[in-house]
Design a protein around this ligand. Structure first.
Ligand SMILES: C[S@@+](CC[C@H](N)C(=O)[O-])C[C@H]1O[C@@H](n2cnc3c(N)ncnc32)[C@H](O)[C@@H]1O
Length: 285
C-alpha cells in the first residue's frame, strides 16, 4: 500500500511520542508558524486544507486568521496526533473558522473537487512515497484561483539543531544505511528546491516560489543542558537512531550530543539555527 511505512510510523511508538511532545513542539515552532502564515496571508472567509496537520496547533492558528466565516479541514494519517488535535479544538471562539479533522492519506483521499482556497502545510508534505501523485491528487481539491503554501526543512546540513546531535551520535552507532536516499520520505526529503519545483510542476502547479528563511530554534523547557538535549533529540533524526537501542548505547549518544551542543547553551536554553523553505504555487492554467 502507498505510504504504508509512514502510516505505521506515525501510528506507532513514534506517533505516540510526537503526540506527547505536541505542546512543546507547538511552542518551539511558533515563530516559524507566524512567519509562514504572514507569508501566505490567508484571507477571512477562505476554506483551507491543513495537510499532515498532526496535533493541530497550526490548524488553530490558521483558523484564527480565516475568521468565523472560514473553514479548515486538518487531514492526517496519525490517530494519536489527531486525538491531540481534536482535544484542543473543542469549544473554539466564534471568531475562529470552523475546524474539522479527518484521518486519511492526503495522497489518496478523494477530496471534493475544487473545494479549497488554500492547501496549507507546516512540515507535513515531505512524507509521500510518490510526491508527484500526491500533489496531483491534492491539486484536484484546489479551486481555480486557489494556492498551495507550505514550509519544509532545508538540508540536514543547514539545520544544526538536527545535524549536530546526529553527527555526535553517529560516532557510536552506524547509520541505518551507508548512503541513505536523500529523497526518501522524511523530514529532509524536500531539501532540494529544484526537486520541489520539478515535483510541483509535474503535478500540475505553476508560479512556484521558494523562499529561504532562517529561524532560531529555542529548546529551553528544562533548566539544564542535558535535559534540553534529551528533549531536542526526541524530535530529530537521532530519535530514529535511538529507537530499540540498549540503554548504555543511548546514554553514549546523549553524552556525545550534549558535548557537541554545549556551545549553543546559554541562559537556560539551547539556541540553534533552523533553515526552512517557504513554498507557494498556483494551479497551472
Ligand atoms: C512532522 S509532522 C508535522 C505535523 C504538523 N503539521 C506540525 O507542524 O506540528 C508530519 C505529519 O504529517 C503526517 N503525514 C505523513 N504522511 C501523511 C499522509 N500521506 N497524509 C496525511 N498526513 C500525513 C504525519 O502523520 C504527521 O502528523
Amino acid at each position: 500500500m502507498n505510504n504504508a511505512e509512514q502510516i505505521d510510523y506515525w501510528n506507532g511508538e513514534a506517533g505516540q511520542r510526537w503526540a506527547a511532545e505536541d505542546a512543546r513542539m507547538a511552542r518551539m515552532l511558533q515563530p516559524i508558524t507566524a512567519a509562514l502564515l504572514d507569508h501566505l496571508a490567508p484571507q477571512v472567509g477562505e476554506c483551507a486544507l491543513d495537510i499532515g496537520c498532526g496535533g493541530g496547533g497550526q490548524t488553530l492558528l490558521l483558523a484564527e486568521r480565516l475568521g468565523g466565516t472560514g473553514s479548515v479541514l486538518g487531514i492526517d494519517i496519525s490517530a494519536p496526533m489527531l486525538a491531540v488535535a481534536r482535544d484542543k479544538s473543542t469549544d473554539l471562539l466564534p471568531e475562529y473558522a470552523s475546524v474539522h479533522f479527518l484521518q486519511a492519506d492526503a495522497a489518496a483521499h478523494a477530496f471534493e473537487p475544487a473545494s479549497f482556497d488554500l492547501l496549507f502545510s507546516r512540515f507535513g508534505v515531505m512524507f509521500f512515497d510518490d510526491p508527484v501523485a500526491a500533489f496531483s491528487n491534492l491539486k484536484r481539491a484546489l479551486r481555480p484561483r486557489g494556492r498551495l503554501g507550505f514550509c519544509c526543512w532545508q538540508s540536514l546540513r543547514d539545520n544544526a539543531w538536527a545535524a549536530l546531535p546526529l553527527q555526535a551520535a553517529l560516532q557510536y552507532v552506524a547509520a541505518p544505511q551507508d548512503t541513505p536516499d536523500p529523497h526518501a520520505p522524511g523530514p529532509f526529503a524536500f531539501a532540494d528546491p529544484q526537486r520541489v519545483r520539478a515535483i510541483l510542476g509535474a503535478a500540475g502547479f505553476a508560479d512556484v516560489s521558494i523562499e529561504a528563511h532562517t529561524f532560531t530554534m529555542v529548546f529551553g523547557e528544562r533548566a539544564d543542558l542535558r535535559g534540553n538535549v534529551e528533549e531536542l533529540v526526541r524530535m530529530g533524526p537521532v530519535a530514529r537512531l535511538m529507537a530499540d537501542r540498549e540503554a548504555a548505547s543511548v546514554a553514549r549518544m546523549l553524552d556525545a550530543a550534549t558535548q557537541a551542543l554545549a556551545p549553543y547553551f546559554s541562559d537556560g536554553a539551547l539556541r540553534l539555527p533552523g533553515a526552512v523553505w517557504f513554498v507557494q504555487a498556483r494551479l497551472a492554467s
